[in-house]
Design a protein around this ligand. Structure first.
Ligand SMILES: Cc1cc2nc3c(=O)[nH]c(=O)nc-3n(C[C@H](O)[C@H](O)[C@H](O)COP(=O)(O)OP(=O)(O)OC[C@H]3O[C@@H](n4cnc5c(N)ncnc54)[C@H](O)[C@@H]3O)c2cc1C
Length: 416
C-alpha cells in the first residue's frame, strides 16, 4: 500500500470531547501546557448525561445538563470540529468524515457508545408519543417527566437492555423515582421492570438491597426479558423471554407508560477498526488502559473494553491513569499506574433518597465514605443533585484531580 501523508499532525490526538475526552485533554495540558493536543469532536454541545435521570423525574431542567463545547475545550488544545470515520494505526493517523487525515504520535480513543434505537422494531417511530419515553436522549428526557406527571393509572413499564449499556443503574433509578411520585400523588400503578439480565444489579450485595426497594414499591420483575418491538398507537410492547433451558418465547405487555433503555454498542468506525475486540470495543489492558497491540494508543470511557460499569464516575478514575501512563511513556518509561475498575452508581430510590453504590473489578464493594453503603440517604441525594454536577463541570472537565480514596467495605452487615 502506498504511504499516505496526513493533512495535519499532532503529538496527542483525542477522539471525542465527552466526559472522558475533555477530562483527559484538560489534565494533560494542566500538567504540561507545552504539549500539542488536538481533540476531534463534531458536536456543538457537551452533555452531562448523569443529569438526564433527574430531568426525567422533573428535578433538573434539561438545559442545565447542556453546555457549549467551545467553552469547555481546554485552553491550548486544538479543536478539530469533525467526526472520525476510520482509524489507521499502521499509519499513525485517523481519517475524518470530510476525508482529511490527522496524524498522531499518541492516540486516546473515547468517542463513547451508541444508543441503537433502530434495533427495536417500531421504537424510533413511537418515541416521544403515546407514553413511550426514554432518558437516554437529551431531547426525550423532558417527555419522561410529562409521562410520569400525566400517568392516570394502569401499567407503568420500565426496561433495561442487555449489557453492556451506560449507567446500568439508570433504568431502575427512573423506575423508583416514578413509583415514588405515584405514591405521593396517591396514584395506583401496576409497575413492571423488564430486564434482559438475570439479576437486578451486577454487584450481589447491592442487588439484595435493591430487591428490597423494588419489593417496597410492589414492582413486578421480569428477568431475562429483552424488548424487541414497540407498537406506540396500540400501546403494546413485545419482549423475547429466555427460559432457564435457553428456550425463547415472545411475551406481550400492554402499557400506559413505557420507559425504554435502548441496546448500546460501540460506534461503527471503532467496530470496523483494528483496535476492536470481538465485541467491538477498544481492546485495552484493563489496568493500564493501553491498547493490547498498539502501545501508542489508549482508550477510556464507555468505548473501552474494560469490564467496569460504564459511568462518568469510572471516567473520573480512568482519566488520571491514562494521563500518568502516557506521560511516563513519553519519557521512555513503562506505564505503571493502574485503574482498579472503580465505578459508581448513585441509585435514586426516591425523590430525596440515594443509595450510593461504589465498587471495583470483580464486584468488590468500595465505599468512599465511612457509612453503611446499603442505606438510602438524604445526604447522598444532595451529593447526586449538587456536589456531583459541580465536580463534573468544574473539577473533572477542567483537568483537576481530586483523589478521594475508596476502600474495601468495612464489615458492614450485608442486606439479608
Ligand atoms: C440516562 C443516563 C444516566 C446516566 N447516569 C449516570 C450516573 O448517574 N453516574 C455516572 O457516573 N454516569 C452516568 N451515566 C453514564 C455517563 O454519562 C457515561 O458513562 C459517560 O458520559 C461516558 O463518557 P465518554 O466520554 O466515554 O462518552 P460520552 O460522554 O458519551 O462522550 C462521547 C463524545 O464522543 C463524541 N463522538 C462520538 N462519535 C465521534 C466520532 N466519530 N468522532 C469524534 N467524536 C465522536 C460525541 O459527540 C461525544 O461528545 C449516565 C448516562 C445516561 C445516558
Amino acid at each position: 500500500m502506498a504511504a499516505t501523508f496526513p493533512s495535519q499532525g499532532h503529538q496527542i490526538v483525542v477522539i471525542g470531547g465527552g466526559a472522558a475526552g475533555l477530562a483527559v485533554a484538560s489534565r494533560l495540558l494542566r500538567l504540561n501546557n507545552r504539549l500539542d493536543v488536538a481533540v476531534i469532536e463534531p458536536a456543538e454541545f457537551h452533555y452531562y448525561q448523569p443529569g438526564w435521570t433527574l430531568v426525567g423525574a422533573g428535578v433538573f431542567a434539561d438545559t442545565s445538563t447542556r453546555r457549549a463545547m467551545r467553552g469547555l475545550m481546554p485552553m491550548g488544545a486544538t479543536w478539530i470540529q469533525d467526526a472520525v470515520s476510520a482509524i489507521e494505526p499502521g499509519h499513525h493517523q485517523v481519517v475524518l468524515a470530510d476525508g482529511a487525515t490527522v496524524g498522531y504520535d499518541h492516540l486516546i480513543v473515547c468517542p463513547g457508545i451508541i444508543c441503537d434505537w433502530g434495533a427495536i422494531d417500531g421504537l424510533e417511530a413511537s418515541l416521544g408519543q403515546n407514553g413511550v419515553c426514554s432518558n437516554y436522549r437529551y431531547d426525550m428526557a423532558p417527555y419522561t417527566w410529562e409521562c410520569i406527571q400525566g400517568f392516570q393509572g394502569g401499567n407503568a413499564v420500565f426496561t433495561a437492555a442487555p449489557m453492556p449499556f451506560k449507567c446500568p443503574g439508570a433504568p431502575q433509578k427512573i423506575l423508583y423515582l416514578a413509583a415514588d411520585h405515584f405514591q405521593r400523588k396517591g396514584q395506583s400503578a401496576d409497575l413492571h421492570y423488564y430486564l434482559a439480565t438475570p439479576v437486578i444489579f451486577g454487584v450481589p450485595p447491592f442487588a439484595r438491597a435493591l430487591e428490597k426497594v423494588a419489593d417496597r414499591y410492589g414492582v413486578n420483575r421480569h428477568y431475562q426479558h429483552q424488548l424487541v418491538a414497540v407498537d406506540g398507537p396500540a400501546r403494546r410492547a413485545t419482549f423475547e423471554a429466555t427460559a432457564g433451558d435457553g428456550q425463547k418465547t415472545r411475551v406481550e405487555q400492554a402499557f400506559d407508560l413505557l420507559h425504554v433503555t435502548p441496546p448500546q454498542r460501540a460506534p461503527d468506525f471503532i467496530r470496523q477498526s483494528p483496535l476492536a475486540n470481538a465485541a467491538g470495543f477498544v481492546d485495552v489492558d484493563k489496568f493500564s488502559l493501553r491498547h493490547v497491540k498498539y502501545p501508542n494508543i489508549y482508550a477510556l470511557g464507555d468505548v473501552a473494553a474494560t469490564p467496569n460499569s460504564k459511568t462518568a464516575g469510572a471516567v473520573r478514575q480512568q482519566a488520571p491513569v491514562v494521563v500518568k501512563n502516557l506521560l511516563a511513556q513519553m519519557r521512555g518509561k513503562e506505564p505503571t499506574h493502574r485503574y482498579d475498575g472503580y465505578g459508581t452508581c448513585p441509585l435514586t430510590t426516591a425523590n430525596g433518597k440515594v443509595m450510593l453504590a461504589e465498587f471495583v473489578y470483580d464486584g468488590v464493594v468500595t465505599p468512599t465514605f465511612p457509612l453503611d453503603p446499603y442505606v438510602e440517604r438524604r445526604s447522598m441525594w444532595w451529593m447526586k443533585t449538587s456536589l456531583l454536577p459541580f465536580l463534573y463541570w468544574e473539577i473533572m472537565l477542567r483537568g483537576y484531580e481530586i483523589n478521594v480514596p475508596h476502600h474495601r467495605a468495612r464489615n458492614y452487615p450485608e442486606p439479608a
